[in-house]
Design a protein around this ligand. Structure first.
Ligand SMILES: [Zn+2]
Length: 366
């Protein structure tokens, strides 16, 4: 299973100009194998690691079953390392060649979609689900003593309708005992799977009772509660978990952009806008590049010193060398940032980033 230790292993991989990382989106509803293989070939065009390219292409030709939504691959033929991870969640296409594996997208996935427990709970029992990276890994359940129903047919009447006081009291005790047992079961489940996030599917009342009994350390991992039928299919539970994962990803992006804008406004080791960013990239100062998804722009690069600019010019401002036109300068930007040890964050649909020119960067030093 792809987890933190996998990530650690990939982070330790080190081979001078010898590690190829590929993220390929293969969402079955958006294209077929041939289309995705063609895209892959385009993505690998600039990469000068023939053995690793061959290994990646062979994997897609012979091994991958195309049922997943995306794949992450890491190849270092010089060390006989080849790792492929089919994923149940879509991911943006990316290729990274260098001394080290490009693990940022993977780190993000683990962060947003790793180690989810979803607990469905009612007055009688509970169902426990464990999802990891969008995939159902385990499920379990607890079914307690049947709560006696009143003649009016309502569930476990606690307000003493028909049935009299003693039965109500009994129902009350059963509900309470069931809830305690369900919480104990949940805690054991959380411990077994080392969960990092917890979602609760229940009525408000049941969720509140569950939370009240849940030990504090686990309560802090609860991300939210939602309404769902106790009999819901695992797929419905899964899509709820993914939806909340996406919301959390979006929150993280908002936070990142806010931080970037604040720093840039104070001229504190951050810049926004294409020209400022290109200057920082040319000087190898970028720690973290932040760019809107799909952003493209024509630009110019000096043939001598490789300086970048978005302003039409025939000669380089820094060395006087000849400039060449680059149809999409963002490709070079991403490549340069990664080559000099920086990270790249591609942001989906954030107005604040678009307002400042779709691109910005946090810098290593001033
Ligand atoms: Zn130059």
């Amino acid at each position: 299973m792809l987890d933190e230790s996998t990530l650690q292993e990939l982070l330790d991989l080190n081979e001078e100009n010898g590690v190829l990382s590929v993220y390929l989106n293969t969402e079955p509803s958006q294209g077929n194998a041939d289309a995705y293989k063609l895209r892959l070939r385009h993505m690998l065009e600039q990469v000068n690691l023939p053995k690793d390219k061959e290994a990646v292409e062979a994997y897609f030709n012979t091994e991958y079953d195309w049922s997943g939504k995306s794949v992450a691959i890491f190849s270092c033929s010089k060390q006989n390392v080849f790792r492929s991870y089919p994923l149940s969640i879509p991911i943006r296409n990316a290729v990274h060649a260098g001394d080290r594996a490009g693990v940022r997208p993977l780190a993000h996935l683990l962060d947003n979609f790793g180690g989810y427990a979803v607990i469905l709970i009612d007055k009688q029992g509970a169902r426990y689900f464990y999802f990891h990276l969008g995939k159902l890994e385990e499920q379990d359940g607890y079914f307690g003593e049947v709560v006696k129903r009143t003649k009016s047919g309502g569930a476990s009447s606690l307000t003493g309708r028909r049935g009299g006081v003693s039965q109500t009291k009994h129902s009350d005790e059963v509900v309470d005992r069931n809830m305690r047992d369900a919480v104990d079961g949940a805690v054991a489940f959380f411990e077994t799977y080392h969960v990092r996030r917890i979602l609760i599917g229940a009525t408000e009342e049941n969720a509140a009772n569950f939370l009240h009994l849940l030990p504090k350390s686990w309560r802090s991992l609860v991300m939210g509660t939602f309404a769902i039928q106790m009999t819901a299919k695992a797929e419905e539970v899964r899509s709820k978990a993914i939806e909340i994962g996406l919301q959390s990803e979006r929150k993280q992006e908002e936070h990142l952009i806010q931080q970037l804008l604040t720093k840039a406004a104070k001229a504190e080791d951050a810049v926004v806008g294409l020209e400022n960013t290109l200057e920082a990239v040319s000087q190898h100062k970028v720690q973290l590049l932040v760019m809107a998804d799909g952003y493209q722009q024509t630009g110019y690069q000096c043939k001598e010193c490789r300086a970048l600019t978005a302003q039409t010019s025939m000669t380089c401002a820094s060395c006087g060398g000849d400039m060449e036109t680059i149809p999409d300068i963002t490709e070079i930007v991403v490549n340069q940032v990664m080559r000099y040890g920086g990270d790249v964050e591609v942001i989906l649909d954030q107005q604040k980033l678009e307002d400042v020119g779709y691109i910005g960067a946090e810098l290593r030093y001033s």
